[in-house]
Design a protein around this ligand. Structure first.
Ligand SMILES: *Cc1c(COP(=O)(O)O)cnc(C)c1O
Length: 324
Protein backbone atom coordinates (compact mmCIF):
# COMPACT_ATOMS: atom_id res chain seq x y z
CA UNK A 1 0.00 0.00 0.00
CA UNK A 2 1.47 3.26 -1.13
CA UNK A 3 -1.10 5.73 0.15
CA UNK A 4 -3.08 6.32 3.30
CA UNK A 5 -6.49 8.02 3.60
CA UNK A 6 -4.66 11.01 5.09
CA UNK A 7 -3.07 11.58 1.68
CA UNK A 8 -6.47 12.66 0.35
CA UNK A 9 -8.01 16.09 0.77
CA UNK A 10 -10.75 16.13 3.36
CA UNK A 11 -13.01 18.85 4.76
CA UNK A 12 -13.23 18.38 8.52
CA UNK A 13 -17.04 18.46 8.76
CA UNK A 14 -17.36 15.68 11.31
CA UNK A 15 -16.93 15.73 15.09
CA UNK A 16 -14.56 12.80 15.00
CA UNK A 17 -13.88 10.32 16.45
CA UNK A 18 -17.50 9.48 17.22
CA UNK A 19 -18.22 7.76 20.56
CA UNK A 20 -17.71 4.02 21.03
CA UNK A 21 -18.90 2.04 24.04
CA UNK A 22 -20.50 -1.19 25.22
CA UNK A 23 -24.28 -1.58 25.22
CA UNK A 24 -24.45 -3.08 28.71
CA UNK A 25 -28.17 -3.84 28.90
CA UNK A 26 -28.39 -5.19 25.35
CA UNK A 27 -25.31 -7.35 25.98
CA UNK A 28 -26.92 -8.85 29.09
CA UNK A 29 -30.20 -9.41 27.30
CA UNK A 30 -28.64 -11.06 24.23
CA UNK A 31 -25.85 -12.93 26.01
CA UNK A 32 -23.31 -11.43 23.58
CA UNK A 33 -20.88 -8.53 23.93
CA UNK A 34 -22.40 -5.78 21.82
CA UNK A 35 -20.67 -2.44 21.34
CA UNK A 36 -21.87 0.59 19.42
CA UNK A 37 -20.09 3.07 17.16
CA UNK A 38 -22.13 6.26 17.27
CA UNK A 39 -21.94 7.54 13.70
CA UNK A 40 -25.38 9.01 14.24
CA UNK A 41 -23.34 11.64 16.13
CA UNK A 42 -21.08 12.85 13.33
CA UNK A 43 -22.06 16.40 14.21
CA UNK A 44 -23.50 18.00 11.07
CA UNK A 45 -27.28 18.63 11.01
CA UNK A 46 -28.74 15.59 12.79
CA UNK A 47 -25.66 13.48 12.07
CA UNK A 48 -25.30 10.20 10.20
CA UNK A 49 -22.88 8.20 8.10
CA UNK A 50 -22.90 10.35 4.95
CA UNK A 51 -20.83 13.07 6.66
CA UNK A 52 -17.68 10.92 6.50
CA UNK A 53 -18.10 10.34 2.77
CA UNK A 54 -18.88 13.98 2.12
CA UNK A 55 -15.66 15.02 3.84
CA UNK A 56 -13.79 13.52 0.87
CA UNK A 57 -16.32 14.19 -1.87
CA UNK A 58 -16.84 17.87 -1.10
CA UNK A 59 -13.10 18.39 -0.62
CA UNK A 60 -12.78 17.13 -4.19
CA UNK A 61 -15.57 19.52 -5.27
CA UNK A 62 -13.83 22.38 -3.49
CA UNK A 63 -10.46 21.64 -5.05
CA UNK A 64 -12.13 21.62 -8.47
CA UNK A 65 -13.63 25.04 -7.79
CA UNK A 66 -17.22 23.81 -7.90
CA UNK A 67 -20.04 26.14 -6.91
CA UNK A 68 -22.88 23.59 -7.01
CA UNK A 69 -23.28 20.03 -5.81
CA UNK A 70 -25.90 17.76 -7.33
CA UNK A 71 -26.98 14.56 -5.71
CA UNK A 72 -29.85 12.08 -5.79
CA UNK A 73 -31.86 9.85 -3.51
CA UNK A 74 -35.27 8.84 -2.30
CA UNK A 75 -37.57 11.60 -0.98
CA UNK A 76 -36.46 10.90 2.60
CA UNK A 77 -32.78 10.60 1.71
CA UNK A 78 -30.50 11.21 4.68
CA UNK A 79 -27.65 11.46 2.21
CA UNK A 80 -29.26 14.27 0.21
CA UNK A 81 -30.09 16.17 3.40
CA UNK A 82 -26.54 15.83 4.73
CA UNK A 83 -25.11 16.85 1.36
CA UNK A 84 -27.08 20.10 1.63
CA UNK A 85 -25.91 20.63 5.22
CA UNK A 86 -22.22 19.97 4.49
CA UNK A 87 -22.31 22.04 1.28
CA UNK A 88 -23.68 24.99 3.30
CA UNK A 89 -20.59 24.87 5.49
CA UNK A 90 -18.32 25.56 2.53
CA UNK A 91 -20.58 27.88 0.55
CA UNK A 92 -21.54 25.44 -2.20
CA UNK A 93 -25.17 25.40 -3.37
CA UNK A 94 -26.97 22.08 -3.47
CA UNK A 95 -29.56 20.64 -5.83
CA UNK A 96 -31.21 17.44 -4.60
CA UNK A 97 -32.85 15.35 -7.29
CA UNK A 98 -35.21 13.01 -5.49
CA UNK A 99 -37.34 10.12 -6.64
CA UNK A 100 -41.01 10.95 -6.25
CA UNK A 101 -41.97 7.75 -4.47
CA UNK A 102 -42.82 7.04 -0.85
CA UNK A 103 -43.17 9.93 1.60
CA UNK A 104 -42.90 13.09 -0.52
CA UNK A 105 -44.91 15.53 1.60
CA UNK A 106 -42.98 17.92 3.79
CA UNK A 107 -42.05 15.61 6.63
CA UNK A 108 -38.86 14.10 8.01
CA UNK A 109 -35.80 14.94 5.94
CA UNK A 110 -37.81 17.10 3.53
CA UNK A 111 -38.41 19.52 6.40
CA UNK A 112 -34.65 19.66 6.98
CA UNK A 113 -33.90 20.04 3.23
CA UNK A 114 -36.21 23.03 3.24
CA UNK A 115 -34.64 24.61 6.35
CA UNK A 116 -31.18 24.04 4.89
CA UNK A 117 -32.24 25.94 1.77
CA UNK A 118 -31.58 23.11 -0.67
CA UNK A 119 -33.10 23.23 -4.13
CA UNK A 120 -35.23 20.05 -4.21
CA UNK A 121 -36.42 18.66 -7.55
CA UNK A 122 -38.62 15.59 -7.83
CA UNK A 123 -38.49 13.05 -10.63
CA UNK A 124 -41.72 11.08 -11.02
CA UNK A 125 -40.27 7.68 -11.92
CA UNK A 126 -39.46 4.29 -10.45
CA UNK A 127 -36.04 4.24 -12.04
CA UNK A 128 -32.79 5.87 -11.01
CA UNK A 129 -31.88 6.02 -14.70
CA UNK A 130 -34.51 8.73 -15.05
CA UNK A 131 -33.23 10.49 -11.93
CA UNK A 132 -29.67 10.49 -13.31
CA UNK A 133 -30.88 11.66 -16.72
CA UNK A 134 -32.53 14.64 -15.00
CA UNK A 135 -29.35 15.31 -13.00
CA UNK A 136 -27.35 15.38 -16.22
CA UNK A 137 -29.84 17.81 -17.78
CA UNK A 138 -29.49 20.09 -14.75
CA UNK A 139 -25.70 19.72 -14.89
CA UNK A 140 -25.60 20.72 -18.58
CA UNK A 141 -27.84 23.71 -17.94
CA UNK A 142 -25.65 24.88 -15.04
CA UNK A 143 -22.52 24.55 -17.16
CA UNK A 144 -24.14 26.49 -19.99
CA UNK A 145 -24.84 29.25 -17.44
CA UNK A 146 -21.17 29.37 -16.46
CA UNK A 147 -21.40 27.30 -13.27
CA UNK A 148 -19.21 24.43 -12.18
CA UNK A 149 -21.33 21.62 -10.71
CA UNK A 150 -20.05 18.57 -8.80
CA UNK A 151 -21.90 15.30 -9.24
CA UNK A 152 -22.39 12.93 -6.30
CA UNK A 153 -24.16 9.63 -7.08
CA UNK A 154 -26.78 8.10 -4.75
CA UNK A 155 -25.49 7.65 -1.21
CA UNK A 156 -22.08 9.10 -2.10
CA UNK A 157 -21.11 5.49 -2.73
CA UNK A 158 -18.10 5.94 -4.97
CA UNK A 159 -14.57 4.82 -4.04
CA UNK A 160 -13.55 8.31 -2.86
CA UNK A 161 -16.57 8.44 -0.51
CA UNK A 162 -15.82 4.95 0.81
CA UNK A 163 -12.50 6.27 2.17
CA UNK A 164 -14.57 7.89 4.91
CA UNK A 165 -15.48 4.45 6.20
CA UNK A 166 -11.90 3.25 6.13
CA UNK A 167 -11.47 6.18 8.53
CA UNK A 168 -14.33 4.92 10.68
CA UNK A 169 -12.82 1.42 10.72
CA UNK A 170 -9.51 2.89 11.90
CA UNK A 171 -11.31 4.73 14.71
CA UNK A 172 -13.01 1.48 15.75
CA UNK A 173 -9.67 -0.37 15.90
CA UNK A 174 -8.11 2.48 17.86
CA UNK A 175 -11.04 2.71 20.29
CA UNK A 176 -11.18 -1.07 20.75
CA UNK A 177 -7.52 -1.01 21.71
CA UNK A 178 -8.15 1.75 24.25
CA UNK A 179 -11.12 -0.22 25.65
CA UNK A 180 -8.93 -3.34 25.87
CA UNK A 181 -11.13 -5.46 23.60
CA UNK A 182 -10.54 -7.31 20.32
CA UNK A 183 -12.76 -5.98 17.53
CA UNK A 184 -13.91 -9.42 16.36
CA UNK A 185 -16.92 -8.34 14.34
CA UNK A 186 -18.35 -5.16 12.87
CA UNK A 187 -22.00 -5.10 11.78
CA UNK A 188 -23.17 -2.34 9.47
CA UNK A 189 -26.00 -1.45 7.15
CA UNK A 190 -25.74 -1.90 3.38
CA UNK A 191 -27.86 0.75 1.66
CA UNK A 192 -25.89 1.90 -1.36
CA UNK A 193 -22.75 -0.02 -0.32
CA UNK A 194 -20.10 2.62 0.42
CA UNK A 195 -20.19 2.31 4.19
CA UNK A 196 -19.79 -1.45 4.14
CA UNK A 197 -17.12 -1.28 1.42
CA UNK A 198 -15.04 1.16 3.48
CA UNK A 199 -15.38 -0.83 6.70
CA UNK A 200 -14.56 -4.14 5.01
CA UNK A 201 -11.56 -2.69 3.22
CA UNK A 202 -10.44 -0.95 6.42
CA UNK A 203 -10.57 -4.29 8.24
CA UNK A 204 -8.67 -6.06 5.47
CA UNK A 205 -5.92 -3.43 5.48
CA UNK A 206 -5.60 -2.62 9.17
CA UNK A 207 -7.17 -5.41 11.24
CA UNK A 208 -7.34 -8.66 9.26
CA UNK A 209 -8.79 -10.53 12.25
CA UNK A 210 -11.93 -8.39 12.19
CA UNK A 211 -14.92 -9.77 10.27
CA UNK A 212 -17.35 -7.27 8.80
CA UNK A 213 -20.94 -8.37 8.30
CA UNK A 214 -23.32 -6.20 6.32
CA UNK A 215 -27.09 -6.23 6.46
CA UNK A 216 -28.83 -5.32 3.21
CA UNK A 217 -31.99 -3.28 3.70
CA UNK A 218 -33.39 -3.48 0.17
CA UNK A 219 -34.19 -6.39 -2.14
CA UNK A 220 -31.22 -5.61 -4.40
CA UNK A 221 -28.14 -7.81 -4.11
CA UNK A 222 -25.06 -5.80 -3.18
CA UNK A 223 -22.11 -8.19 -3.40
CA UNK A 224 -20.99 -7.03 -6.87
CA UNK A 225 -21.41 -3.34 -6.12
CA UNK A 226 -19.48 -3.66 -2.87
CA UNK A 227 -16.72 -5.62 -4.58
CA UNK A 228 -16.33 -2.86 -7.18
CA UNK A 229 -16.32 -0.16 -4.48
CA UNK A 230 -13.70 -2.02 -2.44
CA UNK A 231 -11.52 -2.51 -5.49
CA UNK A 232 -11.95 1.13 -6.49
CA UNK A 233 -11.03 2.40 -3.03
CA UNK A 234 -8.09 0.00 -2.86
CA UNK A 235 -6.90 1.36 -6.20
CA UNK A 236 -7.08 4.92 -4.88
CA UNK A 237 -4.79 3.81 -2.06
CA UNK A 238 -2.53 2.14 -4.62
CA UNK A 239 -2.78 -1.07 -2.63
CA UNK A 240 -1.86 -4.34 -4.28
CA UNK A 241 -4.06 -6.44 -1.96
CA UNK A 242 -6.33 -8.68 -3.95
CA UNK A 243 -9.98 -8.29 -3.07
CA UNK A 244 -12.32 -11.19 -3.65
CA UNK A 245 -15.86 -12.25 -2.83
CA UNK A 246 -14.53 -13.97 0.28
CA UNK A 247 -13.85 -10.51 1.74
CA UNK A 248 -17.58 -9.79 1.65
CA UNK A 249 -20.26 -11.06 4.03
CA UNK A 250 -23.70 -9.58 3.42
CA UNK A 251 -26.97 -10.88 4.88
CA UNK A 252 -30.36 -9.38 4.13
CA UNK A 253 -33.21 -8.16 6.33
CA UNK A 254 -35.46 -5.81 4.36
CA UNK A 255 -39.01 -7.01 5.13
CA UNK A 256 -41.30 -5.93 2.31
CA UNK A 257 -38.66 -3.75 0.68
CA UNK A 258 -36.52 -0.63 0.86
CA UNK A 259 -37.93 2.15 3.00
CA UNK A 260 -40.97 0.11 4.08
CA UNK A 261 -40.90 -0.27 7.89
CA UNK A 262 -40.89 -3.93 8.97
CA UNK A 263 -42.16 -5.57 12.18
CA UNK A 264 -38.64 -6.94 12.83
CA UNK A 265 -37.21 -3.45 12.44
CA UNK A 266 -39.77 -2.10 14.86
CA UNK A 267 -38.86 -4.81 17.39
CA UNK A 268 -35.23 -3.69 17.14
CA UNK A 269 -36.11 0.01 17.44
CA UNK A 270 -38.20 -0.70 20.53
CA UNK A 271 -35.56 -2.94 22.09
CA UNK A 272 -32.77 -0.36 21.77
CA UNK A 273 -35.03 2.44 22.99
CA UNK A 274 -36.21 0.48 26.04
CA UNK A 275 -32.88 -1.07 26.99
CA UNK A 276 -30.47 1.74 26.16
CA UNK A 277 -32.49 4.90 25.54
CA UNK A 278 -31.12 4.89 22.00
CA UNK A 279 -33.01 5.83 18.87
CA UNK A 280 -32.48 3.95 15.61
CA UNK A 281 -34.54 4.27 12.43
CA UNK A 282 -37.10 2.27 10.41
CA UNK A 283 -35.31 2.36 7.01
CA UNK A 284 -31.67 1.49 7.77
CA UNK A 285 -30.45 0.95 11.31
CA UNK A 286 -33.62 -0.72 12.65
CA UNK A 287 -33.49 -3.36 9.93
CA UNK A 288 -29.74 -3.72 10.36
CA UNK A 289 -30.08 -4.31 14.09
CA UNK A 290 -32.96 -6.73 13.36
CA UNK A 291 -30.68 -8.59 10.93
CA UNK A 292 -28.04 -8.77 13.66
CA UNK A 293 -30.63 -10.13 16.13
CA UNK A 294 -31.58 -12.83 13.60
CA UNK A 295 -27.93 -13.80 13.22
CA UNK A 296 -27.48 -13.94 16.99
CA UNK A 297 -30.58 -16.16 17.30
CA UNK A 298 -29.27 -18.42 14.53
CA UNK A 299 -25.93 -18.78 16.35
CA UNK A 300 -24.01 -17.09 13.55
CA UNK A 301 -21.67 -15.31 15.99
CA UNK A 302 -19.44 -17.05 18.52
CA UNK A 303 -20.52 -16.48 22.12
CA UNK A 304 -17.27 -14.75 23.03
CA UNK A 305 -17.15 -12.44 20.00
CA UNK A 306 -17.15 -8.71 20.51
CA UNK A 307 -19.75 -7.38 18.09
CA UNK A 308 -19.60 -3.72 17.10
CA UNK A 309 -22.82 -2.30 15.68
CA UNK A 310 -22.33 0.83 13.59
CA UNK A 311 -25.17 3.30 14.19
CA UNK A 312 -25.34 5.12 10.86
CA UNK A 313 -28.06 7.61 11.86
CA UNK A 314 -31.36 8.18 10.06
CA UNK A 315 -33.75 9.07 12.90
CA UNK A 316 -35.44 11.82 10.84
CA UNK A 317 -37.36 9.04 9.05
CA UNK A 318 -39.25 8.41 12.32
CA UNK A 319 -40.96 11.75 11.72
CA UNK A 320 -41.99 10.83 8.18
CA UNK A 321 -43.49 7.34 8.49
CA UNK A 322 -45.40 5.10 10.85
CA UNK A 323 -43.68 2.08 12.32
CA UNK A 324 -44.84 -1.37 11.21
C1 LIG B 1 -27.25 5.85 3.64
C2 LIG B 1 -27.52 5.25 4.96
C3 LIG B 1 -27.08 3.95 5.26
C4 LIG B 1 -26.42 3.05 4.25
O1 LIG B 1 -25.12 3.43 3.95
P1 LIG B 1 -24.53 3.12 2.51
O2 LIG B 1 -23.18 3.63 2.51
O3 LIG B 1 -25.44 3.83 1.53
O4 LIG B 1 -24.63 1.65 2.29
C5 LIG B 1 -27.29 3.46 6.53
N1 LIG B 1 -27.92 4.20 7.46
C6 LIG B 1 -28.36 5.44 7.21
C7 LIG B 1 -29.05 6.17 8.29
C8 LIG B 1 -28.17 6.01 5.95
O5 LIG B 1 -28.62 7.25 5.72
Amino acid sequence: MVKDINDFKRVGFGLLPTPFYKLENISKRLGHNVFIKRDDMTGVSLGGNKVRKLEYLLADAQSKGCDYVLTAGGPQSNHAMLTAACANRIGIKSILVLKKRGVTDKRGNLVLDDILGADVRFVDSDSYDDVYAEMHRIEDKLKADGHNPYFVPVGGSVPLGALGYIGCAKEIFEQSKTAGITPDRIVSCVGSGGTYAGLALGAKLYSPGTKVTGVGVSDDLFEEIVLDLMRGASELLESDKEITESDIDIKYCFGKGYSIPSPEGTEAITMLAHEEGLIIDPVYTGKTFAGMLNLIREGYFRKDENIIFVHTGGAAALFAMDLA
